[in-house]
Design a protein. Structure first.
Length: 319
């Protein structure tokens, strides 16, 4: 997927980056990977080993507020989560923000073999359920890692002592990003949306123990090999927050039952259901703003999200 945030590199530059990171002086094969919606990603194959290079966005390209430190954050989270869990995930191999070879931060990580779940055909219902169970299990492992405050790793101004303050800040910044690009919501004014979310501060603050959360375990980041879960990729969208802000709780449609079994939670209080509904609105709003910033080659990508956002707002109004 082509996007304005992707910084494309030539093979000679990638080879210099690879030689700096590794002692391997042999011949390598470089391939651009087509997945991903924000960063340029490359597969480097030495014949003996495969590694993945992920490259940051150029400084003159405007990104959303919460993405300003995403490459450094992902490198940090790969190291942290990889060291505290048994999740099948990439290993951070090398990180460089010196700008001596490449003028943006980048890192190399190990390669996870398989195909994204959203591109995997022919799975039985049982096989799909087993994969979602593993996503639930890994989500639980991540949320079992405590955090001191609510916030976004690497963005000090985002840190809050209360979940309600953090969630309000996330909405405020997304709306500010949208306004900066000259956009506005179609179905509700920005002030009305902030007032709506603000009505539920008490419910939001029933989440009072922040933890690490992965907000992007969608099927495109879930890897499958031989009809089984083989790993999870992309750790840029990690927050310190409410465990129910983890992606699969606020994904489209009903929460997958096998995911819930893997996570170990099948019942929800009314306060929890309200929190999940707020996070559904937040996620759809984020996608609405994202398509403005990324300037995707496919202009119809996410064209359906506006309707999903409106639907979730109406549901929240009735809670």
């Amino acid at each position: 997927m082509n996007a304005v945030t992707k910084y494309r590199l030539g093979d000679s530059e990638i080879e210099k980056m690879y030689r700096r990171a590794f002692s391997d002086s042999g011949e390598i094969k470089i391939s651009a990977l087509s997945g991903g919606f924000c960063s340029s990603v490359y597969l480097i194959d030495s014949g003996k080993n495969k590694v993945v290079l992920k490259v940051g966005t150029k400084s003159n390209v405007k990104v959303m507020w919460h993405e300003t430190a995403y490459i450094a954050t992902e490198a940090q989270m790969l190291k942290l989560i990889g060291g505290k869990t048994d999740i099948a995930m990439p290993e951070l191999l090398f990180y460089d923000d010196s700008t001596e070879i490449c003028d943006v931060p980048y890192f190399f990580m190990s390669f996870i073999d398989g195909k994204p779940l959203n591109n995997t055909e022919g799975l039985t219902a049982e096989q799909y359920g087993n994969i979602k169970y593993e996503v639930g299990r890994l989500t639980r492992q991540i949320t079992d890692i405590p955090a001191q405050r609510f916030g976004i790793p690497g963005i000090a101004e985002s840190f809050c002592d209360r979940n309600s303050d953090f969630v309000m800040l996330l909405f405020e910044k997304l709306l500010a990003d949208l306004e900066e690009k000259g956009g506005k919501l179609k179905s509700i004014s920005h002030n009305e949306l902030m007032k709506l979310i603000g009505k539920f501060c008490t419910q939001l603050d029933t989440a009072d123990k922040p933890c690490l959360i992965h907000t992007d375990t969608w099927n495109g980041n879930v890897m499958v090999k031989n009809e089984e879960f083989s790993g999870i990729i992309d750790f840029a969208a990690i927050l310190y927050g409410d465990p129910l802000m983890s992606h699969d709780f606020h994904d489209f449609g009903e929460i997958n039952a096998d995911f819930l079994k893997g996570y170990g939670k099948t019942d929800f209080s009314n306060d929890e259901l309200i929190r999940i509904q707020i996070y559904k609105v937040w996620q759809r709003l984020g996608m609405t703003v994202e398509k403005v910033y990324r300037e995707y080659e496919d202009k119809n990508l996410y064209s359906w999200v506006d309707g999903e956002f409106e639907k979730e707002v109406e549901i929240l109004k009735k809670m």
